[in-house]
Design a protein around this ligand. Structure first.
Ligand code: DON
Length: 305
């Protein structure tokens, strides 16, 4: 049995020189207020053991990590039909690329870029009776934590400056890939991104994607083992945008990042892991988080490859 406690301590020492490298996201004004010099890491094993290091109590904006939850709900509700609205190919472009959406005539490359997640928000608005309430209820259920919530200030702040996402939504509408009102879909998408968790909660929320023994059934959302495997595959190929190849090369665990500095990842059958550190590289992924995960798979010699 590996001593994850010792391994996390070693990782913390090794990544310390990176603490001031990179910049936190400030295109969402509310995120610019967060202290960027934070680092936390938490592993939750499939047999329930929690190992943690660093900033564990502070909740951060999970931002694009939320797209794993919206994909889970959309795939459960629509099945394979979902893939008529969004592809499942790595984009090789920035998470908010507009040019690619035009070239693909309104069909986003995958569900984890902004265009894809805006389509998922539209799907959920059409499928759910009370989208905001049901989305939160699912996220609370999968995290096994009723205290998880939206941050209305972050969502409003993003809407105020959300020019590119508004352009993406308009282009989706133009190509007939958005059924609901543009403003309503954007509002719902920004609320999804505003969900806050700490590292412990995020690793717990990712555990169902690592756990092959328990049924995936949370607040009425059911996924088969095969669907869970496929969500992991999309995390592996698309979870880090135009950094997905680098992340796969260095880390080798299905994962998803967000511009709030959080990363959720899984070692299927064994554990879920979350890191949080707000300073990002130029592709929008946490500098300390990516390095910490690279060292985790190096020191443990555990990865999917
Ligand atoms: O739509 C946006 O730009 C943000 N709410 C989420 C982007 C994000 O987290 C990309 N991740 N690295």
């Amino acid at each position: 049995m590996k001593d994850y406690n010792e391994i996390l301590k070693e990782i913390a020492i090794e990544i310390e020189p990176l603490r001031h490298i990179g910049r936190q996201a400030d295109y969402i004004p509310a995120l610019a207020k967060v202290n960027p010099d934070r680092f936390g890491m938490c592993i939750t094993s499939t047999d329930g053991i929690v190992t943690e290091y660093g900033d564990m109590e502070e909740r951060f904006s999970i931002q694009s990590v939320t797209k794993v939850f919206s994909l889970s709900m959309s795939l459960s509700l629509k099945g394979e039909q979902l893939w008529t609205r969004v592809s499942k190919e790595p984009s090789g472009a920035a998470f908010n690329s507009l040019i690619q959406l035009e070239l693909d005539r309104g069909i986003p490359k995958n569900p984890f870029i902004n265009a894809g997640a805006i389509v998922l928000a539209d799907v959920l608005m059409s499928e759910l009776e009370s989208p905001l309430e049901e989305y939160l209820a699912f996220v609370r259920a999968i995290s096994n934590d009723p205290t998880i919530d939206y941050n209305h200030e972050v969502a409003s702040s993003e809407r105020e400056k959300g020019y590119i996402n508004a352009a993406i939504a308009n282009m989706l509408k133009y190509y007939g890939n958005l059924d609901n009102d543009i403003e309503d879909v954007l509002r719902f998408y920004f609320m999804q991104c505003s969900v806050e968790m700490n590292c412990r909660q995020l690793s717990r929320a990712f555990l169902p994607f690592a756990n092959r023994k328990s049924e995936f059934l949370f607040n009425g959302i059911h996924l088969t083992a095969s669907q869970v495997k496929r969500i992991n595959a999309i995390m592996q190929t698309c979870g880090f945008y135009n950094d997905a190849g680098e992340y796969s090369y260095l880390v080798g665990l299905p994962g998803k990042s967000g511009v709030g500095g959080g990363i959720g990842a899984v070692y299927p059958g064994r554990y879920a892991v979350a890191t949080w550190s707000p300073r990002l590289n130029e592709k929008g992924n946490s500098v300390m988080g990516m390095k910490a995960l690279e060292l985790l798979t190096t020191y443990t010699n555990e990865s999917i490859f």
